[in-house]
Write a protein that binds this ligand. Sequence first.
Ligand SMILES: Cc1cc2nc3c(=O)[nH]c(=O)nc-3n(C[C@H](O)[C@H](O)[C@H](O)COP(=O)(O)OP(=O)(O)OC[C@H]3O[C@@H](n4cnc5c(N)ncnc54)[C@H](O)[C@@H]3O)c2cc1C
Length: 386
Amino acid sequence: MAYNFHFDPVDLPPECQELRQEVRTFLRQEIEAGTFSPTGGKGSFSKAFARKVGARGWLGMTWPKQYGGHERSHLERYVVIEEMLAHRAPNRSYATADRQSGPVILRYGQEEIKQKILPQIASGDLCFCIGLSEPNSGSDVFAASTRATKTEGGWLVNGRKIWTSNAHNSDYMIALLRTSPKTKENHRHGLTQFLIECKSPGITIRPIINLTGQHDFNEIFFDDVFVPDLHLIGEVDMAWKQATDELAYERSGPDRWLETFSGLVELVRRAGPEPSERLAEGIGREVAHLATLRRMSVSVAGMLHAGKTPGVEAAVVKDLGTNWEQALPNKVRLLAPPSGDSSPESNDDRFEEALRHTTLIAPKLTIQGGTREVLRGIIARGLGLR
Ligand SMILES: Cc1cc2nc3c(=O)[nH]c(=O)nc-3n(C[C@H](O)[C@H](O)[C@H](O)COP(=O)(O)OP(=O)(O)OC[C@H]3O[C@@H](n4cnc5c(N)ncnc54)[C@H](O)[C@@H]3O)c2cc1C
């Protein structure tokens, strides 16, 4: 059925402005204390930092207090995420759990698990990874073949997941596993979500080194891994609905257009207060794109706040946002004037580091979390065009 997508304007309420100042003050103090560098020098995984963020009440912000949450709005959470990303704070140990694993457990997990796991995510103690992709099922996640077979008191898991970011640092994975064959009527049928402890006997995690030379991805082998019944998330064979919800959380946030933002910041620094007309125009164009993307993304946060599941709008934000951030490093390179400044105030080193880093990560941006082509398919279907 045809669907008209909406991006109604959302103005951030005054409490968001106060919160933004609070987060900025915290981040400035952390940078001054040497906890991290805004140019990303120290790497982005830090459990100690996660615990500090948790202690401030900035993890699980929208969840009920009974599960360690803070019952604040999606818009307040949005502001915190935006500031963390713009400062390149080390969020790798908590971002996945806070953004999508926690909300899935909150919505579909069993009561005992909610009480045990959610407060530990909110305090910054737990790191999660996402077990969707397999060697023969990437874009079509519903083709997953890693099996969970019923056994006494739980399930036995056998198979392989791949491209699992951060698995080597994670405490838990939420995995999509095959519990029954697909049916003729519904090719998405037969998959179930499970909470799996990453250190369970029978799990082998092998690193895959990425383009930047870093160990972020992994390949994971499951050999008769026992998962208790308590770790079943939602309905057996019906995960297609849950996994789709999860992607709406994953696709619309500021993390989908701020990954190469540091390049723009350093370009503005290098341009100084009196840029040439060409440079001012080039920067103006990029900032206009950024402002538009941000409004659309805030609008999706507003819909989440209102209890909606804006899957198509989230796909539009991810497609436009990742294409913009992917093209940005090359535009920065073409616009950048020669430095000619050898003074200690020059940002040459920061500029080169930002350009190096953003150029290297650019190719992945339109693949992770759903490829460009797949997103456009979702949008077309949402608009009733296919
Ligand atoms: C940095 C990064 C981090 C990742 N982290 C994780 C993670 O933590 N957990 C996890 O489970 N996965 C993760 N992934 C995997 C990611 O989700 C998959 O790479 C992605 O879904 C694409 O799957 P694939 O690589 O198998 O490519 P394929 O699905 O084989 O696609 C190959 C090409 O065909 C195109 N294509 C495929 N299907 C269609 C279609 N129906 N219509 C049009 N074109 C199509 C694609 O767009 C692509 O260009 C990560 C990937 C990256 C790059």
